[in-house]
Design a protein around this ligand. Structure first.
Ligand code: ATP
Ligand code: MG
Length: 465
């Protein structure tokens, strides 16, 4: 929490109102509002040294330099900014020349990353309207209106109107510490409203990821979507199928690994967006009653760990998201006579390869995810040396957590999880006792609740004929 913001936070809405004066009535037609330093609570103390260094060096070289986006929005909400984005009239090449520790990245959006140790400051050049005839002129649009490239330079006002939400178009000027509000973003911060700048459907078509960003910010900031920005989402959700899977992977991580996963997941489902990211998982949720609770519990546990600042891995989450489809597929194969172990292998492979067409999961996460799944078959086998091999497996802990989530979601009858909870912490004597208890269970498996049911053809209802 930012120091000195307690008073601001006690009644954030009121405080902003009193700071910024009465609201402009011309809501539909935003005008630039410059809020001088003495009338807003955002101070340089809230910014990292690296961010300030970048701003001052640009300024001293005669360029305009602003902090923009999430860091100003979050500061106004009394939250500690997570990272810093700088907007400037300097071109990427000019920025590159000012900072030795920088490099130009991206094709779709050329931006400069300036690195200070582990911190990276993102510097973007003001962007203009794609059709405008000034500056470096490289913008491309697909037939659906999707922006493929957007490297047309412009001025700050044009730059503001090209941003996604009004609350993300607030600029902090290093020249005089004022905030420039181009789209009534301050009013929307007060009323906790997410509102796209311009015509919502057009803006979603330009970049369908904005629909995911809407959900992410709504969950994270506890904002609501303005009705006009909400209305087209259901219908336009399928546009996400055209977004490159690698970009969606980055976005999915932000959606689920920011400490508000449960709420985000519910919103994604409500808006029909989840099915565009994880179609098979969405279908499995309609068929298996435990599949949705399993994902919610996995997300809740991830959220908890993030708030406790404990490490989290996306592999665990992906394991939960795709376990439903993997189980459906495994059952089918077993029903066709394949033994369980190869059936799980084949099912995993199939589900992953289909999923990769939507969201690219890198190997560094999909391999541990498969380990977590494989271990689900080994956890019930507790005879002889096996139990110690399982215990020593590098992915044991994640697999054990996953087992607990499966039990809690009602996929498995409880029991095995408790056994492993006790076994892990037990001394040698206690471990022997626990192992002898397994001996009493003839299968040695503590078999999961019987879950395989052959699909029968529904009996035809009697007819009059
Ligand atoms: P956070 O960093 O907390 O996730 P942010 O708003 O800073 O939130 P970034 O992805 O860092 O999000 O983007 C920085 C800024 O760039 C945004 O605030 C917004 O103004 C603009 N922006 C980012 N993505 C888009 C997009 N898809 N369409 C339009 N503007 C965007
Ligand atoms: Mg940011």
């Amino acid at each position: 929490m930012i120091k000195g913001f307690t008073r601001f936070l006690q009644s954030p809405g009121e405080h902003i109102r009193s700071l910024f004066g009465p609201q402009d009535a011309s809501a539909g037609n935003p005008v630039l509002r410059i809020i001088p330093r003495q009338e807003h609570p955002v101070s340089r103390q809230h910014f990292s040294d690296a961010a300030l260094k970048v701003l001052y060096r640009l300024h001293n070289a005669g360029h305009e330099a602003f902090l923009v986006g999430g860091c100003i929005r979050d500061s106004l909400l009394g939250r500690m900014p997570k990272d810093f984005d700088v907007a400037t009239d300097a071109t990427p090449e000019e920025v590159r020349e000012l900072f030795r520790n920088s490099r130009i990245i991206g094709r779709r959006f050329r931006i400069v990353h300036v690195r200070f140790g582990r911190e990276v400051i993102e510097v973007t050049t003001f962007r203009g309207k794609p059709g405008d005839d000034h500056g470096d002129h490289i913008a491309q649009q697909s037939n659906d209106g999707m922006l493929l490239r957007d490297n047309v330079w412009g001025n700050i006002e044009e730059d503001a109107l090209r941003r996604d939400f009004t609350i993300n178009a607030l600029y902090y000027n290093i020249a005089d510490f004022s905030i420039h509000d181009f789209a009534d973003g301050v009013r929307d911060i007060e009323t906790r409203t997410l509102r796209l700048i311009g015509d919502p459907a057009t803006r979603y078509r330009e970049d369908p990821v904005r629909m995911l960003r809407a959900v992410r910010f709504a969950a994270k900031l506890d904002f609501h979507l303005d009705p006009a920005s909400e209305a087209p989402v259901h219908e336009l959700a399928p546009l996400l199928l055209q977004v490159p899977p690698a970009r969606l992977f980055d976005e999915v991580l932000k959606l689920f690994m920011s400490g508000h996963g449960v709420e985000t997941f519910r919103l994604l489902r409500d808006y029909g967006l989840f099915a565009m990211l994880f179609p098979e998982a969405d279908e499995a949720m309609a068929q298996l009653e435990w599949a949705e609770p399993l994902v919610e519990r996995a997300l809740a546990s991830t959220d908890r760990r993030i708030h406790e600042e404990r490490p989290v891995t996306p592999a665990f989450l992906f394991a939960a998201l795709l376990w439903g489809p993997v189980q459906l597929r495994q059952r089918e194969l077993e029903d066709d006579g394949m033994p369980p172990i190869p059936a799980l292998q084949a099912a995993s492979q199939k589900v992953i390869s289909r999923q990769l067409q939507h969201v690219a999961i890198p190997k560094r996460f999909s391999l541990p995810m498969r380990d977590i799944w494989d271990l689900q078959q080994r956890l019930p086998l507790r005879r002889g040396k096996r139990v110690f091999q399982t215990r020593e497996h590098p992915r044991f802990r994640a697999a054990y957590d996953f087992l607990l989530v499966r039990e809690a979601a009602g996929e498995l009858a409880p029991g095995l999880g408790d056994w492993w909870t006790a076994f892990q912490d037990a001394d040698e004597h206690e471990q022997r006792r626990l192992l002898s208890k397994v001996g009493a269970d003839p299968a040695g498996t503590n078999a999961p609740r019987k879950r395989r049911r052959r699909r029968r053809k529904p009996r035809k209802p009697p007819t009059d004929e």
